[in-house]
Design a binder for this molecule. Structure first.
Ligand code: AMP
Ligand code: ZN
Length: 395
């Protein structure tokens, strides 16, 4: 980690359009293990690279990513459904500084944080609002595991779409010699990586779950949907490995998500997604959050990005609630309104009474992110918060 680093500047063969700068920058994290920082400008990429990791293929790999993401890319038309970015806010600093000073966050590793009482109570307040929203749809409660079988994710093309962010789980092989050897000699190296003999770990059949709603679709797979439609809600731990982009509460490896999920005919899903957005707009107004709802796409990996992002955009499949972060004059997605068409219905063989595949959609909130964005707008002193939050926040 402490090896010297060098700066590598690469002129790009193609100009990078503004709408791809952030997306490309986050993808560069996965190009080579030696990259510790990446910055993308219209015609230039600047990398901070560990000196001992410099290699000839670096520039070629960067060129490959640029070409794959930029060549033939069509700028999506961003559709704004609501704009409340001008709402007054009362804080301008990065809340990470004050959260760390007060011992409210404790970083265990990149993207892994423990949260203290202020954040936990604030998240409990937001959860109460999301649960009220779920109740307004009579959404049935579910509890899902943190682990998810590899074959489930394979069945819905997750390996192909998001390979870079997968997190794998394994265990020791069930063999007395292997377990004894591990117990006696396994240790962590200087980077914290477990050192153990070859063939110590069992083949990977299980991952850490990247989303909540998938578990519901798998629970419904390979049979007709009994009542023809279903509203459900659950909260869960989600895992998305985001490499060097894991820099604060904004981007975590291990985060929590509350989802409200709709399964049924197309109109049922689309109508409820829209009703959910309208009801949520009232809640966010009471909370005082400065935000905008706009069309978006998922962070598909390089090879899939252009096609899939364009598809999501063309069919208005994803809208994000982007909250303002005054300290960096940018916005952060704190939630999303998603419509998957009949993708899960077809791939998992979940059918409607008429025999056709179900459609699905979900409303998803990142709990750490909404708390973070709120603190970025209103600071850490409850006395300065909008009344609804002050009243609903239980010390
Ligand atoms: P998505 O399914 O990607 O729309 O995610 C739903 C919500 O989860 C996002 O709007 C974020 O609030 C949150 N989220 C997604 N990825 C992360 C992450 N790496 N760290 C923290 N929150 C996240
Ligand atoms: Zn979902």
């Amino acid at each position: 980690m402490s090896t010297p680093s060098v700066i590598v500047e690469i002129e790009t063969a193609l100009p990078i359009p503004a709408h791809l700068i952030g997306e490309l920058q986050s993808k560069l994290a996965y190009v080579d293990e030696s990259i510790v920082e990446a910055k993308v400008q219209a015609n230039k990429i600047t990398l901070v690279v560990q000196e001992d990791g410099l290699n000839d293929s670096l520039k070629e790999k960067v060129a490959r990513v640029v070409s794959s993401m930029v060549k033939g890319a069509i700028q999506p038309k961003i559709q704004v459904l609501e704009s409340h970015l001008e709402r007054p806010v009362s804080y301008q600093l990065d809340p990470m500084l004050e959260l760390a000073r007060r011992g409210e966050i404790s970083q265990e590793a990149y993207g892994i944080y423990s949260l203290g009482p202020l954040l936990s109570r604030l998240i409990a307040f937001f959860e109460s609002q999301f649960l009220e929203l779920a109740d307004s749809f009579d959404a049935a409660p579910y509890r899902f595991p943190t682990l998810i079988p590899a074959r489930y994710l394979e069945r819905v093309n997750y390996f192909r779409s998001f390979p870079h962010s997968l997190s794998f789980a394994t265990h020791l092989r069930e063999d007395l010699d292997v377990i004894d050897a591990f117990a006696q000699s396994a240790c962590c190296d200087a980077d914290g990586a477990v050192q153990a003999g070859e063939r110590t770990f069992a083949p990977i059949q299980t991952l850490l779950s990247p989303a909540v709603c998938y578990h519901l679709y798998f629970a419904l797979a390979d049979r007709p949907l009994p009542s023809g439609k279903l509203a459900a809600t659950a909260v869960g731990n989600c895992f998305r490995y985001e490499s060097i982009n894991l820099n604060s509460l904004e981007r975590l490896w291990n985060f929590s998500m509350r989802e409200i999920i709709f399964v049924g005919p197309k109109d049922y899903v689309l109508e409820n997604r829209e009703i959910g957005r309208q009801r949520m707009a009232e809640v966010l107004e009471k909370i005082g959050l400065a935000y905008q709802v706009e069309s978006a796409n998922d962070p598909f990996f390089i090879g899939e990005f252009r096609k899939q992002a364009a598809f999501q955009s063309a069919f208005q499949l994803k809208f994000e609630i982007r909250a303002r972060l005054p300290f960096k004059e940018s916005t952060l997605a704190v939630g999303s309104y998603n419509y998957h068409q009949d993708f899960f219905g077809r791939n998992l063989n979940i059918t409607l009474p008429d025999g056709g595949p179900v459609h699905t959609g979900c409303i998803a909130f990142g709990l750490e992110r909404i708390a973070f964005a709120f603190l970025a707008q209103f600071g850490l002193e409850p006395a300065g918060w909008p009344e609804t939050v002050r009243e609903g926040f239980h010390e």
